[in-house]
Design a protein around this ligand. Structure first.
Ligand code: HAM
Length: 427
């Protein structure tokens, strides 16, 4: 038997409704903010990621799926979406039509150690906004991420963490200060941090090892060393978030694993997923377009991990049912009446599953429960005689007998009631 590759999973039909629900919610919310969808290739020239994400980043150094094609070109499966969107921005001269707002969704690939919430093939939904330079854009992007979580019903003590990583002006001098401090404390640092200290001292700040964490806490922090412009930008962002009544935490130790960021960086974290606690992450990358050969254009974006969002929904028992009505038919003549009613309900646009294996009332009701459908329609022998059907609200257990002729209208109004009772019912 051949299994899937380690860290790579099938998404089965019972789970896809949750995925589609999250994707549909993202499309709806992002459209409200003026974003349109972009679809970029799954693989690109390796050089694109080396230049955009950073040749010394963990992603490019250790995690890319890179191969030579038959013509000898080095290609890589995309480890993230921003590099391709920037390439598309430049290739299509989108600087002529700023602001440019796009979103994307799809698989990404990183050779990481698989664990809960971390796969080698995973899925992101991301957004990129090109053009605006000020903190208003940062605040709008964060408001959109949080609106998405609220609209999708994703809970799990979500915290919006923000930081400023400075710019070309202030990051260099800060980096030197940090490096001096780290060198003075190097006997306390782990092997990995010692190795990358010279190349990328900022990454030491988010090392998960407790001893490095202590050093990080005592180290000089970027926000205390920002230049005037960066400092004003960060203050502007905080004030806009306050106006939006959007709670946030300033985490001065947050650095990002991709090299293209400047000024604003942010993450949305949860305490419900263990070590892989970031459900969304992003920031500004004002220098990247120019660095990649385009006309200098400020930009900001973020991406969220879909697997992690699905886990959060499942943990909170937010189920997205495949069907709305589960139809149970037991006894003489009941299957014919059931078949007829199921078709009437489908013609009215409802998702209906009829039990096709017959079986006892008890076993069919068990299946109805397992289907997670919010409504069960039950036809037994007595209902056949009276041309009626029992409609059961599976959310509160109440049931009522109604005429088959009025069943579609009754079910439709019940769905509206359930939606009011439990916002999740129409998912
Ligand atoms: P990132 O922090 O590398 O940023 O990934 C964003 C999100 O993707 C993470 O917060 C996490 O939810 C999810 N994710 C990342 N790696 C994995 C994995 N191995 N398994 C499951 N989920 C994962 C970026 O990718 C940037 N391109 C975001 C961005 C867009 N910045 C600006 N624009």
């Amino acid at each position: 038997m051949i299994s899937t590759v380690r860290g790579v999973h099938d998404i089965l039909n019972q789970d896809t409704p949750t995925w589609q629900y999250l994707e549909a919610t993202a499309r709806r919310v992002f459209a409200q903010y003026g974003y349109g969808e972009i679809r970029t290739p799954i693989f690109e020239k390796s050089e694109l990621f080396a230049r955009a994400v950073g040749a010394t980043s963990d992603i490019v150094e250790k995690e890319m799926y890179t191969f030579a094609d038959r013509g000898g070109d080095s290609l890589s499966l995309r480890p993230e979406g921003t590099a391709s969107v920037v390439r598309a921005f430049i290739n299509n001269s989108m600087h002529r039509t700023l602001p440019w707002r796009v979103y994307y969704m799809g698989p990404m690939f990183r050779y990481e150690r698989p664990q809960k919430g971390r796969q080698r093939q995973f899925h992101q939904i991301g957004c990129e906004l090109f053009g605006p330079q000020g903190p208003l854009a940062d605040a709008e992007v964060m408001a959109m991420v949080m609106a998405f979580f609220a609209e999708a019903g994703v809970v799990g003590n979500l915290v919006l963490e923000i930081n400023s990583l400075g710019c070309g002006e202030c990051r260099g001098p800060y980096r030197e200060k940090l490096l001096t401090f780290l060198k003075a404390n190097q006997e306390t640092l782990c092997e990995n941090c010692l190795n990358r200290m010279e190349r990328n001292p900022l990454r030491v700040l988010d090392c998960k090892k407790a001893t490095c964490g202590e050093v990080a806490k005592a180290a000089p922090h970027m926000p205390d060393h920002l230049c005037g412009v960066c400092s004003e930008h960060f203050a502007g962002l905080k004030s806009h978030l306050t106006i939006l009544e959007q709670p946030f935490v300033h985490n001065p130790l947050m650095v990002r694993g991709l090299d293209y960021y400047n000024r604003t960086a942010f993450e949305v974290t949860t305490d419900a997923l263990g070590a892989q606690n970031a459900v969304a992450a992003g920031g500004r990358y004002d220098g990247l377009v120019a660095e990649m050969g385009g006309q200098s254009t400020p930009a900001i974006g973020f991406a969220m991990g879909l697997e992690r969002l699905v886990l959060l929904l499942q943990q909170n028992r937010v189920v997205v049912p495949t069907v709305t009505v589960y139809l149970v038919a037991v006894g003489d003549g009941a299957d014919g009446a059931g078949l007829y009613l199921a078709e009437q309900l489908r013609r009215a646009g409802l998702k209906v599953e009829m039990n096709l294996n017959q079986g006892s009332m008890k076993s069919q009701m068990k299946r109805a429960g397992r289907s997670e459908a919010p409504i069960t329609a039950i036809i037994g022998e007595s209902e056949v005689g009276t041309k009626s059907v029992v409609i059961k609200n599976m959310v509160n257990g109440e049931q009522e007998t109604v005429a088959i002729a009025g069943a579609v209208d009754f079910v439709n109004s019940l769905i509206e009631n359930i939606k009011r009772m439990d916002h999740g019912a129409d998912r």
